[in-house]
Write a protein that binds this ligand. Sequence first.
Ligand code: C2E
Ligand code: CA
Ligand code: CA
Length: 705
Amino acid sequence: MNPLPEAGQGLATVADCLSGDCLRVTPEARYRDFAPGQDGERVFVVMDGERFLGLVSLQQAALFPNRLFADLLVTRQPPPLRPEDSLEHALDRLEAEDASHMAVVDAQGRFVGVTSRLMVFRCLRDRERLLHTRLQSTVRLLEEELTHHRIASMVFDTTSEGIMVTDAEGTILLVNRAFSMTTGYAPDEVIGQKPSLLASGRHDAAFYASMWKSLSQTGHWSGEIWNRRKNGEIYPEYLHIDVIRGKDGRPLRYVGVFSDMTEDRQLQARLYDLAFHDPLTGLPNRALFDERLKASINHAQRTDSPFALLYLDLDRFKMVNDTLGHTAGDELLRQVAGRLRETLRETDTVARLGGDEFAVILCSVREREGILTVVRKLLASLRRPVQVSDREIWLDASVGIAHFPDHGDSAEKLMQHADTALYAAKSEAGPRWCFYEPGMGRRAHERLELEGALRSALETGEGLHLAWQPQVDMATHKPRGLEALARWTHPALGPVSPARFIPLVEDAGLAVRFTGWLIEAFCADIATLPHAVRTGLRFALNVSARALHAAQQWLPLLDEGLQRLGLAPHQIDVEITESSLMDEDRHAAPLLALRERGFQISVDDFGTGYSNLGYLMRFSVDRLKIDMSLIDGIALNHTSRQIVTAILRMAEALEVEVVAEGVETEAQRRILAELGCHEAQGYYFARPMAMNELVRLLEDQTHPH
Ligand code: C2E
Ligand code: CA
Ligand code: CA
């Protein structure tokens, strides 16, 4: 900014308005010698050499043209002006003396020149003009200044950065709007206060000391600082402080400019979340889990505190995902994550490693029993039914357990061993959990080998055959139906239970191929039955959810077989599990295709699954097969009997047939008969057997010896 002109500067003095319009004459000269022109404001300066004697005006001289100028100097000469006299003073003097001209002499009395009223007036006019233009430019400058100031104050108030100005003592003088927005304090609440009003308490004295040191040494400081808003919330800000010094170099003002970093932090946190958390469940992901596991190992080694690593895998998740769709699967995983978190302590870590695999670090558990208590709690929490899109789903899970330091001293080893233990827990009957044991890895390997063997068995048909089990009339004990049950004899291991190899078929994606083999064997076996026996029976075959989904691929095969055998469609009984009915979208069409052909449909393992009866009844099924776990308890506990009674009543009302499965004892048979169950299957009546064996049995029954 340009400085304003100072008062007096550039103002004219007598020296500036000397009139050149004067004639120097000697005392002995006369007016007539000059015959000067008429116009102008002439004055005669009478000089005796260098000595100034006085002034004679033109009019006076013209009155007496023949007199000597010396004689004309009769009137008293007024004291001359000085060059440095102001114009106002000169004008006053000229008026007071009633003179048109006055002489100007310097301090030594030397003649400098002559000034006149006219000259002074001109000078005054010039000076006024000058002052006027100066004033105008000053006004212009001031206006510019004002605009700048306005812009500055607008910037001050509209910038998103908070600004605080304090005096040298740190008393707040000024804050802007962003300051108020960020801190929650209105200007009048902070002006006059100290900035410590905002202190969060997160920084120690050393922090502030180093800030002051930097301010006094370099004149500024910048860095991140935690402050507290009026509402008590603590927030991070990036703060830059400048010192403004006075002319003497001492601090005059401190200007702090800051930006609220809460959102940056939130963004960072979100990025961190994305990198280290599973977006579906919000649980830590594998990367974060690995880190925590390593940290746990370090901690455990330092403090000698053991911990357990759990691998957890949902047992029927694949099926839920396949039958109900991915949205339901996602929802299920979210709920599972919630339950795991609820069951575990804050200090434990639970992560989702992918799919339906979860991992847990259990801190400070020393005893096997302590670990098992938590594992049982976890499993129990998962066994409560889960509500997913209007349906109740019963879940189960398997847990593999590795212990630090007993089962490995590195993250890799522990993970590997927990995984192996999980594999064992899944593939073996018994409890759904398993501690790692040396040698387990071999069993996992065996399972892979088993899968390979099964694959080649399906290609050649070698080692595979069917066993048939009658479903008998409770009154006559005569078979009404025959259920085909798959059997596999491994070339080296011998017979493998279907409970073991059927899941393998499903997991290895062999369901359709297996069903193809099944139908062939099914038809081939039935073909061996004498025609008379064949026509009076129902033939049941088991179809998994996955196989049902792919019904279009094997139905033609079945159609063809039936035609060859001359069987009526209602003689075919397709046993499906409840879960197959769950995904209406996927299984509506296959079920309809079965219905259209006139096949019968039975719901297998009824009473253990996850849908309620009301839901099941939306599908027209012909038969419910009450699961053997319920029949097992019927003679022993009241609950099982009540459930079976309820199922029988309901089925009767809905006109659905019932088969009781797994009847082993006379007591069970009797109770079932009393409860009004008409059909049963079980070792009590007959074990599953090869078709040729069964033929003999049936012949014996038809022709008793
Ligand atoms: P499931 O369909 O419920 O078959 C009945 C199972 O109970 C058979 O076991 C049968 O041998 C057994 N069982 C029958 N009566 C009794 C009894 O009185 N006591 C006891 N403890 N058990 C009895 P299996 O043959 O080992 O089959 C097990 C499961 O494997 C079957 O259960 C079925 O889910 C599956 N499975 C068997 N064959 C096939 C098949 O061809 N296709 C499909 N998808 N699954 C099959
Ligand atoms: Ca069955
Ligand atoms: Ca069953």
